[in-house]
Design a protein around this ligand. Structure first.
Ligand SMILES: [Cu+2]
Length: 314
């Protein structure tokens, strides 16, 4: 499978994190947008999709009203959570996380052992974590408004528990990403970049070794680019977003038509939206129907999350 996506933490043969801890705290309500719910066509049968990911068969799904954050959880928001709970992320427990090689200083790169022959651009970097997204020497003070990355599904779940929120289901996520448009490729329509300026942060240039001049592989602020029809930002590209479901390629055949949620434990959790590493020449998973997954303890420099909640009163 052609994928820009990250290997699983367990595939690396390096230290594994301890079981994640929960934590109670005061809710930090994100900027939530209440969506009306309704029926929509979820998934795709298009040939450009990855059938092995289970993007289809496309089907009618109904979601009840719910609220979803306008943006991914930012570094500043995640920092509030860590300050309140002393949460230690799984990347910090393990002492390393996956970083895309061009984000790592050139001289340091050579010292790091590659762990995946199929995905050689992912380096297990000691010390990489949400506070040091490119490893030692990097920081978040100049990117507090970027999506938090290097957070595992378990870390995301702990944040949600603290904030009194939850992860969106895949169905909610896709319904939200479509922004009221029916069966379009992207949150804004069918054309990837109908005109300048860009619509989303996906790979510019040729993947994986020749980024376009003027573009640096990495995240951009959570409010970069125009939002979709429902005011939601970066539902394509920037950073993958963990969803509540277990991942299964049989998702569209196995889950209910109303508020579907894959509850069968498969060992992998779902991700949506694609990241700054996706490019149509290789991995076009920034499409609305596209899906990703990884093991719940895995983390990388291109994976974060956004939060959801029951619909507010009124
Ligand atoms: Cu991709």
């Amino acid at each position: 499978m052609k994928s820009c996506c990250v290997p699983g933490r367990a595939d690396a043969g390096l230290p594994q994190p301890l079981p994640a801890r929960g934590g109670a705290g005061l809710p930090a309500r994100a900027q939530l947008v209440t969506l009306p719910g309704g029926e929509f066509t979820m998934g795709t049968d298009a040939a450009e999709g990855f059938a092995e990911d289970g993007e289809g068969p496309a089907r009618h799904v109904r979601v009840n009203p719910f609220a979803i954050a306008a943006t991914a959880v930012s570094n500043a928001q995640f920092r509030d959570f860590v300050r309140a709970t002393s949460h230690v992320t799984e990347a910090e427990q393990a002492g390393w996380s996956f970083v895309f090689y061009l984000q790592v200083e050139a001289q340091r790169r050579r010292e790091i052992r590659q762990v995946s022959r199929e995905l050689p651009w992912w380096l297990p970097v000691e010390g990489a974590c949400w506070q040091r997204p490119a490893g030692p020497g990097s920081a978040i003070h100049d990117r507090l408004d970027h999506p938090v990355v290097h957070v595992s599904w378990n870390d995301a779940a702990a944040y949600c528990a603290w904030a009194g929120l939850r992860l969106p289901t895949e169905a909610e996520w896709e319904y939200a990403a479509r922004g009221g448009l029916a069966q379009r490729r992207y949150p804004w329509g069918d054309e990837l970049e109908p005109e300048e300026p860009r619509r989303c942060n996906i790979w510019q240039g040729s993947f994986p070794s020749a980024p376009a001049a003027g573009w640096t592989p990495g995240t951009e602020p959570v409010t970069a680019f125009e939002p979709n029809g429902w005011g939601l930002y970066n539902m394509a590209g920037n950073a993958w977003e963990w969803c509540a479901d277990w991942f299964s390629p049989a998702y569209h055949r196995e889950t209910a038509p109303v508020d579907p949620l894959q509850q069968r434990a498969t060992g992998r959790r779902s991700q949506r939206g694609g990241s700054f590493l996706c490019h149509e020449s290789y991995c076009n998973r920034y499409r609305v129907a596209a899906r990703g997954s990884n093991t719940p303890a895995s983390s990388a420099s291109n994976v974060g999350f956004r939060v959801a909640a029951p619909a507010g009163p009124g």
